[in-house]
Design a protein around this ligand. Structure first.
Ligand code: ADP
Length: 354
């Protein structure tokens, strides 16, 4: 077992409900090993400017059930510079921090690999409501965001039914349609539109017309943020103009990022946080903790980042050079499985929303 003087924990990038449960799990597990813990505030910014504080067992009390992040989060572009990195390393040395658990998204993991390569072992925990980290089936915050969206859309549906309206609702998710599709099925949407699959809006217009003729009063269309521009607003105008159904647009935006984390997110965050510290103690570094087929497992950060690029079709020349043929075909299979899952959800929402 590796010996640590102090383990630092930080939350970085976009916040997500459940980050606090992860911070608590990291702190409590480390303290259980007899290792001291430092809370690093505002992500990598806190590491650059030395905004750190020792955490005892009680410093993470009463946060498992709270949204947001008690460590705060920030984008720290300075961290990508040599000076920023030097300052961060210096903060670690000064405070005897010799291992870090970094909770966030892919940007956070890139920062973690930079620190690892300079001698501070880091482990990443995937926390984002978007569920857009390909290596893990679920990210911390995704479940809460979806439950919040379901609650909001159920309310819209009530009033749509009263007034025989259509509501187009945009949900977050960056370039991923995961939230849109699962929420779309759960709220009984007429359709869900996501960036991964080219939409057939003409067919949707016809579907709404046909359902209205058969007496359907309320229509919910869930659209993903990643469709960009004014996709949702324009679709709303088009539906009203071409079907005669009064239509409104709602953007749920950041409301999905807040609120009390669900059981699933607390559980996932707690298990991942515990696992991350176990990995550090076992001498591991440069890993993202993932949830694969309901098991908590560690995936090499470089592998996870490149897998992500493969799925998002943003691979650059040379990205695959460091991987074996077997690894590359394993990545391709993982991407195909993920896309097949998205496609199957898409079929379900559209088949059931009649
Ligand atoms: P997320 O972690 O949610 O993807 P960001 O992409 O904003 O969010 O990244 C969070 C932080 O991680 C950034 O503000 C920056 O400090 C650090 N970071 C992002 N990209 C890199 C990179 N390529 N190299 C080093 N650090 C990075």
């Amino acid at each position: 077992m590796k010996s640590f003087r102090k383990i630092g924990v930080l939350t970085s990038g976009g916040d997500a409900p459940g980050m606090n449960a992860a911070v608590r799990a990291v702190a409590r597990t480390a303290i259980g090993y007899g290792v001291e813990v430092m809370g690093i505030y505002s992500g990598y910014e806190g590491l650059i400017y030395g905004d750190v504080r020792p955490f005892g067992v009680r410093d993470v009390s009463n946060i498992v059930n709270h949204g947001g992040t008690m460590l705060y989060s920030a984008r720290a572009p300075q961290f990508k510079t040599e000076e920023g990195m030097k300052a961060a390393i210096e903060t670690c040395r000064r405070n005897n921090i010799d291992g870090i658990v970094a909770i966030g998204g892919d940007g956070t993991f890139r920062g973690a690999t930079d620190l690892s390569s300079r001698g501070i072992p880091c482990i990443g925990l995937p926390a984002t409501i978007d569920n857009d980290i390909t290596a893990t089936d679920y990210t911390i915050g995704f479940d809460t965001a979806m439950n919040t969206a379901v609650d909001m859309i159920d309310r819209l549906r009530d009033t749509c039914e009263s007034h025989a309206r259509c509501n187009v609702v945009e949900v977050m998710g960056r370039d991923a349609g995961d939230i849109t599709l699962q929420v779309g099925i759960a709220v009984g949407a007429t359709a869900a539109i996501v960036p991964e699959i080219k939409p057939d809006t003409d067919a949707l217009i016809e579907k709404i017309k046909a359902s209205r003729t058969l007496g359907k009063r309320n229509f919910i269309i869930v659209v993903a943020e990643g469709l960009g521009g004014d996709f949702g607003e324009e679709l709303t105008r088009r539906i009203e103009a071409e079907t005669g159904v009064e239509s409104r647009f709602a953007r749920l935006a950041h409301v999905l990022r807040g609120g009390m984390p669900t059981l699933r997110d607390r559980l996932l965050a707690s298990r991942m946080g515990e696992f991350a510290v176990d990995e550090l103690m076992n001498g591991r570094s440069d890993e993202v903790i993932c949830n694969i087929n309901n098991e908590i497992a560690a995936v090499d950060i470089q592998y996870a980042l490149i897998l992500d690029r493969m799925y998002k079709k943003t691979l650059k020349d040379g990205d695959l050079d460091a991987f074996s043929k077997e690894q590359i075909s394993e990545m391709q299979a993982a991407c195909a499985r993920r896309l097949a899952y998205i496609e199957s959800l898409y079929r379900t929402v559209n088949r059931l929303g009649l």
